[in-house]
Design a protein around this ligand. Sequence first.
Ligand SMILES: [Ca+2]
Ligand SMILES: [Ca+2]
Length: 191
Amino acid sequence: MKFKQIVQSIFFAALLGTAGASSANTVYNGTVAGADGSWGFVNFGHSGGALSIDAWANGFTGGSTGFGIDDIYLSLFVNNGSSHSAFTGAFVGANDDSWNFSDGSTSVLDSFLSFANLSAGSYTLAISHCCTNFDYVRNDTVSSGIHGPYRDFRLTFSQDVAIEGVVPEPQSLLLMLTALAALGLAVRRKT
Ligand SMILES: [Ca+2]
Ligand SMILES: [Ca+2]
């Protein structure tokens, strides 16, 4: 095996290890800022496989404004880096209401998205008020339906995802360092 291949396989193993070891999920609290009609966007990286996104918004008081969105609506897209005012990322799925209360939700007005096998990659989740699907507008200057003080939401991802701008968790760093140490040892034995 060439050195580059070894590095690649160890890096991949570390990535898999991170995903596999993380039965823990990612919880993200957000707020839709700006004028009435603004959209919320959450970009995240997913390492592939099953993923659900559980929203808690109606009656949610743990956010920065203390007022959860009263009837949240989620639409998910591939993040291709295009502008939110002329968005071209592929549509993945959308949900308005659900009967899923495991994340703390107390209302069926909260959304829940679930995918049996979602490809690895970067995604954009658009947050709006029922029932404005970003797939229909693809332009964040069109109203999201969000109005008044009801702005907060909590998202619970069923596995670790990388919310944009968040540094790697200590656990991931440790795995990477362990992999690098193992690589060093392997190279040393060969010589
Ligand atoms: Ca929920
Ligand atoms: Ca809803």
